[in-house]
Design a protein around this ligand. Structure first.
Ligand code: ACO
Ligand code: OAA
Ligand code: MG
Length: 294
């Protein structure tokens, strides 16, 4: 079964056969083959065909296979979909999405290409990248534009370029965008993936940013180098203390319910329905992680 955890999504430029071949060995939950910004215009065609062959020939294990296409308003985007859909990726990541209408167009095009390729209609998911001011402001309509949408992704490099601001370590310039898209994703029960951390050598900085993202509500983070995977997976996996606490809450709540009490205290803190729901959600996630790593 495919791993849909999406704690870490590893970018791989789709014109690099060595990286494509080794993609599955690093333990990323998702492999994110890129046809957009890591590929120069002269390499677009070659990358697309190389990737199509690789998806058909290679076994990437349990990792979810996602392809970032070029925007559909460029001459490359439509060609990407035509070549890649028959190779059955699990999802298409669409860059620079600004309106729900754009997602509806991609949904309909995917439907036609799926039919042509003999693939079940609706089986290829869409992940929408929010990386412009307009995209941030329209995140709500984007998130609900198609049942295919299973995640929103922040693209901070493009967004800070659009805003004309510097990207800082503490990320204050991204706080509004991060919060807005987290709410849009939560409203629709879909995943929300944080942007890449570009300073590959700075593992401490990566960890701090990932912890902050998790605390805000992100469910995972895109990465650009294999050495970023372990740290990101571990930040987005509940800790032993969190698991123990959740188990205790669920156990005490069940005991209290049997005695007719809806609210109890656990370690001096009040536990009622929302706290129990949060604990159950955490334990469900732990179970998904356990299943995915077996
Ligand atoms: C703003 C945006 O749009 S970000 C998204 C687009 N950008 C990308 O996709 C970039 C993805 N990352 C990369 O291309 C590379 O990591 C770079 C260019 C940043 C650095 O590459 P290198 O200088 O080769 O890194 P380094 O020497 O540390 O690599 C060590 C090993 O890891 C491999 N590796 C590095 N990055 C990746 C990757 N993303 N996926 C798979 N393998 C990788 C290298 O091939 C090398 O393997 P080898 O030892 O078998 O030769
Ligand atoms: O964060 C990402 O996924 C990379 C990206 O496209 C951006 O930052 O603009
Ligand atoms: Mg971008």
């Amino acid at each position: 079964m495919k791993n849909k955890l999406r704690r870490s999504m590893l970018y791989i430029p789709a014109n690099n056969p060595g990286m494509i071949q080794d993609a599955f060995i690093y333990g990323a939950d998702a492999i994110l083959f890129d046809l957009e910004d890591s590929i120069t215009l002269t390499e677009k065609d070659a990358a697309r065909y190389l990737l199509c062959n690789a998806l058909q020939e290679l076994d990437f294990g349990q990792a979810e296979i996602v392809v970032r296409i070029n925007p559909l308003n460029t001459e490359y985007g439509r060609n990407d979909l035509e070549v890649i859909v028959p190779a059955k990726p699990d999802a298409i990541r669409v860059p620079k999405v600004e309106t729900g209408e754009q997602i509806k167009k991609i949904d309909s095009l995917l439907g036609k290409l799926e039919r042509k390729a003999g693939i079940t209609r609706g089986s290829i998911e869409i992940m929408a990248m929010i990386e412009t001011a307009r995209g941030v402001l329209n995140a709500r309509e984007i998130a609900k534009a198609s049942p295919r949408i299973t995640a929103l992704n922040l693209g901070a490099e493009d967004l800070t370029a659009d805003l004309g601001v510097r990207r800082s370590d503490e990320g204050i310039e991204l706080l509004y965008a991060r919060s807005q898209i987290i709410y849009a994703a939560a409203e629709n029960g879909i995943d929300i993936i944080d942007t890449v951390y570009s300073d590959v050598e700075n593992i401490t900085g990566l960890k701090e940013e990932a912890i902050m993202s998790k605390r805000l509500g992100f469910t995972g983070k895109s990465v650009i180098h294999p050495k970023q995977i372990e740290i990101v997976n571990s930040v987005f996996t509940p800790s032993t203390e969190e698991i123990k606490e959740a188990e205790k809450i669920v156990k005490r709540a069940l005991e209290a319910e049997k005695r007719g009490f809806g609210v109890v205290t656990v370690d001096g803190k009040m536990v009622d329905i929302p706290v129990i729901e949060r604990a159950k959600k955490l334990l469900d996630r732990v179970e998904s992680i356990r299943r995915a790593s077996n």
